[in-house]
Design a protein around this ligand. Structure first.
Ligand code: EPU
Length: 446
């Protein structure tokens, strides 16, 4: 399909201003939370991305009315008439996203049963959901797996429980939160993920009437209540998208003001950006990121759960590191297969070598398991435009950055995948002066 291909004429700095809206990794989950309320919820700062459309479709199938509000980016979600959905209709969403797994708890509370289709999401590792089903069993749900999806049943009200996650999984933590808030009694969750998007989800649930306390040691205590109301919430900004644009500014020697970016959830990224040699300035409305001239510096980096360096920042930053002088070391500890995208960068002229060993101070879960999860990036490298096939969301955006930083023209296939998490990225690229061309169009320059 020609519409899924983008020609990128690289070699020009990206300069100008773009805006980020609500976080992709919060908004769809806040939409699911609306299912738990007795009255309507109002979610603001909602970006126009595919994951939002998928969840909107699934909510509507379950009787939730979803309409846009008066404000730009506002959704009104009314769960007054939640009902069972047709399995075939739900199954039509199979493979589209990972969010459907989070419908389990709310549907078990509202209907006593749930059907979850096969999940989608980026191919960056095995991405199992064993923690999710294990915690749901602990709450008292019974689970049956079928070829077309998973059926869950709650014979009686789910009960609060004590849970310790084997790893601080974002999704499993959200699963516990969305289930525990209406379960009978207290739930204690140990080794929880505490990403800013999770804290924002806790804020949403608290507005609905939930009782949740976040301890200092990754422990979350949830006291179940009998009923929740609706919420009115403005989603926190997308710190992952903001960092992607920051890396685009660095790799193309550009200057981008990201309106809407917020400093607190980006602190770890900002420190790393500065160590590499990038410049930034924070004001009340956003953050300006730019390449200050001179050489960028190689660094050693390990991805980790929050407050560590977020794995979703890793791929765009690796492209910028191809332009830094010396040897950078990247140890990916969250996903076992999130470095495969580098082989295409090597074809463009980068020098990136992958290793199975943990090349960092912290031995991780993947060290002894034969996964190429560490990288040594040797730079600076002159990148030359090439033929690129987008492998996953962040890897895809990273390919756009590489193509924009490269000399000559790149043909990027599969750009539709980027719509899953980057709102209006084509328009934003053009606003920043990128020379990009859909094969069906004339060359567009700004
Ligand atoms: N894991 C398990 N079993 C489970 C759940 C997770 O072994 O049942 C493992 C995973 O395989 C992975 C690790 O735990 O190795 C972390 O996975 P996590 O559950 O934290 O990830 P997720 O909830 O599936 C969300 C984001 C990801 C982001 C991660 C980590 C959404 C929709 N996705 O995924 O975002 O990388 O948390 O912060 O919120 C992206 O935005 O591009 C993206 C992939």
């Amino acid at each position: 399909m020609t519409d899924d291909v983008l020609l990128v004429h690289g070699g020009n700095p990206l300069e100008g201003e773009i805006r980020v809206r609500g976080a992709k990794n919060l908004v769809p989950k806040a939409m699911v939370a609306a299912l738990l309320g007795q009255g309507p919820s109002r979610l603001r700062n909602v970006p126009d991305i595919r994951d939002v459309k998928v969840v909107r479709g699934l909510l509507q199938l379950h009787g939730v009315t979803v309409r846009t509000g008066d404000e730009d980016g506002e959704l009104i979600l009314d769960p007054s008439h939640v009902e069972s959905a047709n399995v075939a209709d739900i199954d039509a969403h199979a493979g589209s996203s990972r969010i459907p797994i989070l419908f389990c708890g709310p549907l078990l509370h509202r209907l006593g049963h749930a059907f979850i289709p096969g999940l989608g999401g980026c191919d960056i590792g095995g991405r199992p959901v064993d923690f999710h089903f294990e915690v749901l069993r602990q709450f008292g749900a019974t689970i049956e797996k079928h070829p077309q999806g998973t059926y869950l049943v709650a014979q009686q009200r789910l009960r609060g429980t004590k849970i310790e996650l084997p790893y601080p999984s974002v999704g499993a933590t959200e699963q516990v939160l969305l289930t525990a808030v209406l379960a009978e009694g207290v739930t204690e969750l140990r080794n929880a993920a505490i990403e800013p998007e999770i804290v924002d989800l806790i804020c949403v649930l608290q507005k609905m009437g939930a009782i949740i306390s976040l301890g200092t040691d990754r422990t979350i205590l949830i006291t179940g209540v009998d009923e929740l109301g609706g919420y009115n919430h403005r989603a926190l900004p997308d710190r992952l998208e903001a960092a992607s644009w920051a890396c685009a500014a660095l790799a193309t020697r550009g200057d981008i003001y990201v309106r809407g970016a917020d400093q607190i959830p980006m602190m770890t990224f900002l420190n790393t950006f500065r160590k590499v040699g990038g410049a930034f300035e924070v004001d009340d409305e956003g953050i300006r990121f730019w390449h200050p001239g001179g050489e960028l510096k190689a660094i050693a980096l390990e991805t980790d759960v929050h407050p560590g360096f977020q794995t979703d920042w890793q791929q765009p930053l690796v492209v910028a590191l191809t332009q830094a002088s010396g040897l950078s070391i990247v140890h990916e500890t969250v996903y076992e297969s999130r470095l495969g995208f580098t082989s295409a960068l090597n074809q463009m002229g980068a020098h990136i070598q992958l290793y199975r060993e943990c090349l960092g101070s912290t031995p991780c879960r993947f060290g002894a398991r034969n996964f190429q999860h560490s990288a040594v990036v040797s730079g600076p490298s002159k990148l030359i435009g090439g033929e690129l096939v987008i492998p996953d969301l962040r890897g895809g955006f990273s390919y756009l950055i590489a193509a924009l930083a490269a000399e000559g023209t790149s043909t990027v296939h599969g750009i539709d995948l980027i719509n899953r998490g980057y709102e209006n990225f084509m328009e934003k690229l053009r606003d920043l002066g990128a020379h990009v061309e859909l094969p069906s169009e004339e060359l567009v320059t700004a």
